[in-house]
Design a protein around this ligand. Structure first.
Ligand SMILES: Nc1nc2c(ncn2[C@@H]2O[C@H](COP(=O)(O)OP(=O)(O)OP(=O)(O)O)[C@@H](O)[C@H]2O)c(=O)[nH]1
Ligand SMILES: [Mg+2]
Length: 252
């Protein structure tokens, strides 16, 4: 899998196929390939492997973006991958899409294969099929859209039903730049996240606020888990609290 060329994936089938990164093409082929070791569902090539962007990597993980349609999942991924904001008219994702990015986490090259799901209800069964392979989930709501926030509990129920029990989860309140349209306070997001024991922060795909931090935090957590470092304990919420930038008047 790690040597496969797959610059930008698109899968709109109702279940992961053998060739799709969520199917055999990812974890399972790696498991049976000589020279590649699979630990805790994590791909550890015995030699550095090359990602689609011709970058070497040491370990690889799958991260999924989920949340209502229009909360900014695709824009967040494009901001992270390309450093740009997708302005213009809103084009809703059809099915599921993925992009790869290799990060340097404390000297370890961590490849994230990031799945951008469609938030629309009619694609929900497609998304369900991919949950079980995800090592991490970024669950988004839109701070300018109350119903996207109210739906978070339903998303969490769905996640508990379909995802792995030990999946790394983070709640993101996106569009934090849209101060005038904001209807969900940061404190409400913090409260909900606390209630469910999930790390939380606000992001903006438009301004780039905390976008790198969200993905880096998740990559750090996944790396620590896979290495099982007994000395250095990593706490995702503590890390993001330390590194987080906030919008508004009162925190910097
Ligand atoms: N102000 C602001 N607008 C944003 C931000 N992120 C996304 N948008 C806008 O919100 C709309 C929806 O963004 P998408 O990223 O396409 O939403 P999505 O979650 O991928 O939607 P689906 O693919 O239907 O699930 C677009 O018009 C974006 O321009 C943000 O951080 N700030
Ligand atoms: Mg989208």
């Amino acid at each position: 899998m790690s040597r496969k060329k797959s610059a930008k994936g698109k899968a709109v089938t109702s279940s992961p196929s053998a060739d799709s990164p969520a199917g055999k093409g990812a974890g399972k082929t790696a498991r049976s390939s000589p020279g590649i070791v699979q630990m805790n569902g994590v791909v550890h090539p015995s030699r550095p492997s090359i990602s689609n962007s011709s970058e070497f990597y040491d370990i690889a993980f799958k991260v999924m973006l989920v949340g209502d349609s229009g909360v900014g999942k695709t824009c967040l991924l494009v901001r992270f991958k390309d450093g740009a904001f997708l302005a213009g008219s809103f084009i809703s994702t059809v099915g599921i899409d993925f992009r790869n990015k290799v990060l340097n986490i404390d000297g370890v090259k961590v490849k994230l294969q990031i799945w951008d799901t469609a938030g629309q209800e009619r694609f929900r069964s497609v998304t369900h099929a991919y949950y079980r392979d995800a090592h991490a989930l970024l669950l988004l709501y839109d701070v300018t859209n109350k119903s996207s926030f109210d739906n978070i509990k339903a998303w969490l129920t769905e996640i508990h039903e379909y995802a792995q029990q030990d999946v790394v989860l983070m709640l993101l309140g996106n569009k934090a730049d849209a101060t005038h349209e904001r209807v969900v306070k940061r404190e409400d997001g913090e409260r909900l996240a606390k209630e469910f024991g999930v790390p939380f922060m606000e992001t903006s795909a438009r301004s780039g606020l905390n976008v790198e931090l969200a993905f880096n935090g998740v990559a750090k957590e996944l790396k620590h888990r896979s290495i099982k470092d007994p000395i250095e304990k990593f706490k995702l919420q503590e890390y993001v609290n330390k590194e987080m930038k906030t919008t508004g008047c009162c925190r910097s």
